[in-house]
Design a protein around this ligand. Structure first.
Ligand SMILES: [Cu+2]
Length: 150
């Protein structure tokens, strides 16, 4: 590879790394954290009905029922809680899967029980994605730079 092309490869790699480092990401993004979420259940809804967490977080859910016995089962996470009125139940898990997961009441609690549904959003861990992108770009840059032409 001639000198000019080497300079271009270095400049391009550096530019892409800078873009990966400074491209704006959602402001609530941060390193994995430990979160405690308070969820109340009553006929026939969860409050809050949407849980936003980040991949890698260690999450503890406290479930409290305000009327009858209710459950909280998260699809795809095999988390299942059951709370009787006045008694709190809790479960801790690591959010190791990204995406949207429905959670639903797992204790038959009345006529509209099947509609007692919420959603847990596990967002990508942006610092992790950023670090991965930088590593990938630097690797590709190095491979191109040191590529020997026959
Ligand atoms: Cu129910």
């Amino acid at each position: 590879m001639n000198q000019t092309r080497r300079v271009i490869v270095i400049a391009l790699t550096a530019l892409l790394i800078l873009v990966a480092l400074f491209i704006p990401i959602p402001t609530n993004a941060s390193a994995p954290q430990t979160r405690t979420l308070e969820v109340t259940a009553r006929q026939f809804a969860f409050e809050p009905a949407t849980l936003d967490i980040q991949r890698g977080d260690t999450v503890t859910i406290h479930l409290e029922s305000l009327d009858a016995a209710h459950g909280l089962y998260i699809d795809g996470y095999a988390v299942d809680l059951a709370a009787e009125p006045g008694k709190r139940a809790q479960a801790t898990f690591v959010a190791d899967k990204e995406g949207k997961f429905k959670f639903r009441c797992s204790v038959a609690c009345g006529a509209l029980h099947p509609f007692m549904i919420g959603e847990m959003n596990v967002q990508p861990n942006f610092p992790f994605v950023r670090a991965t992108a930088v590593t990938l770009i630097a690797t590709i840059g190095a491979v191109v730079f040191f590529w020997r032409e026959e």
